[in-house]
Design a protein around this ligand. Structure first.
Ligand code: C2O
Ligand code: CU
Ligand code: CU
Length: 430
């Protein structure tokens, strides 16, 4: 990025290329390269501009997932970028330090565009909501980990055909991290922060280490947690992020894996990835390690949104590629929260399929999961949450800053095949 007239300017060009995932060379799409895109990084309070140039031969869009910004800058299905054109959204970064991401959002084509390789991380910095004692040297002890499953045909080309019983679109049998299959990370410090992003179209992961070691969960989609949570497992559905801190000993090796996730979809879960496990990333610790500070128990004070402040309650029922029995219609706005109000949304998965729920513009808090307090992994700022079919999720969120009766934000299932099939709706803030 560069500073120009007080604004931080980024250039992204979506382009076709080829990439070798270790199965031969396959056509891919990437931003400024063959696959994926650069990590964008900006600080709270900064004005940013991203010049998004479409070097592909078809229309796409670029959405800033997790970002609080005006709907016209959101990069959803209404902000089309035609081939050869440049779209330059500009906004002010106004949210806590977090690991966000960007990806295309063309209605009906999101799955294809993301699977072809268009995605990247967007890190927001904010001294007031970060913790100096956490590893923070990018590329050294602070590492983006974009996890995507990939499938290849007999010729080694990327294959996005869904399995016949899958119901969720493509599920790959090969894991790529930052576009690399069979990756390892050389760790030179006692502790390393991994910014995990599930950038997969459909696959849900349940991360843990092969040797059973525990790690510290320090952040979720929209920022750091109030308190570090020591655990040995972490589930992430498509679109979700988490920041974890792993402690290693000199000279050792350990493997981050994914274990069979509890999708809650019964016997058919095995057709949607519920029985699969994978090696994801090997950590190779150097013979000597630089010391890292302890992970502090208290991280960032987080104001709790209060149910008593809610002006509206809304219900969302997920089933059959629909939300509340309605499918996405670019010309229909489903509802209109008022600016500077708080709402509680009750969301339930009434289906035999795995779904999750993502809302644009806001970060929400999970008030309850089937009436109980949320588990630690759902206790912080979130923009995407897995909908376990046995549970009801109550989410609380506040709509601020950007009223625009003419331009909608999206809410949808982030299983991209479902999103494309119509499991999405629109709201405007008025
Ligand atoms: Cu990650 Cu509506 O998207
Ligand atoms: Cu989004
Ligand atoms: Cu779904």
């Amino acid at each position: 990025s560069r500073l120009e007239g007080g604004r931080r300017v980024f250039d992204l060009r979506a382009q076709a290329g080829t990439h070798d995932f270790g199965r031969g060379t396959t056509p891919t799409w990437g931003f400024n390269g063959d696959v994926l895109g650069p990590t964008l990084r900006a600080t709270r309070g900064e004005q940013v501009v991203v010049n998004v140039t479409n070097g592909l031969d078809q229309t796409t869009t670029v959405h800033w997932h997790g970002m609080h910004l005006p709907p016209e800058m959101d990069g959803g299905p209404h902000q089309l970028v035609a081939p050869g054109r440049t779209w330059s959204p500009a906004w002010k970064i106004e949210q806590p330090a977090a690991s966000l991401w960007y990806h295309p959002h063309l209605h009906g084509e999101t799955a294809k565009h993301v699977y072809q390789g268009l995605a990247g991380m967007f890190i927001v910095d904010d001294p007031a909501t970060s913790v100096a004692a956490l590893p923070h040297e990018y590329g050294v002890d602070d590492i983006p980990v974009i996890v995507q499953d990939r499938k290849f045909d007999a010729k080694g080309k990327l294959d996005d055909a869904p399995g016949i019983f899958s119901g969720v679109g493509v599920l790959g049998d090969t894991i790529a991290v930052n576009g690399t299959v069979g990756p390892y990370l050389e760790v030179k410090t006692q502790r390393v922060r991994l910014r995990l992003l599930n950038g997969s179209n459909a696959r849900v992961y349940d991360f843990g280490f092969a040797d059973g070691r525990q790690f510290d969960l320090v952040g979720t989609d929209g920022g750091l947690l109030e308190a570090a949570h020591r655990t040995d497992r972490l589930m992430l559905s498509p679109g979700e992020r988490a920041e974890i801190v792993v402690t290693v000993k000199a000279g050792e090796r350990t493997v981050l894996r994914s274990y069979p996730p509890d999708l809650g979809t019964g016997v058919f879960g095995r057709f949607t990835g519920g029985a699969d496990s994978f090696d994801v990333l090997q950590l190779r610790a150097s013979g000597t390690l630089s010391a890292s500070p302890e992970v502090p128990q208290r991280l960032v004070a987080t104001p709790r949104l209060d149910r008593a402040d809610a002006a509206q309650q809304r219900e969302f029922k997920f089933s059959g590629h629909s939300i509340n029995s309605r499918q996405m219609d670019m010309t229909r706005v489903d509802f209109a929260p008022e600016q500077d109000t708080t709402e509680v949304w009750r969301v339930v998965n009434n289906d035999g399929q795995p779904h999750n729920f993502h809302v644009h513009d806001v970060q929400f808090q999970v008030l309850t999961v089937s009436g109980a307090a949320p588990p630690p992994r759902l206790s912080g700022w979130k923009d995407t949450v897995y909908l376990h079919p046995d549970e009801t999720y109550e989410l609380i969120m506040r709509f601020t800053d950007y009223a625009d009766a003419d331009t909608p934000y999206m809410f949808h299932c982030h299983v991209l095949f479902h999103e494309d099939a119509g499991m999405m709706g629109q709201f405007v803030v008025v």
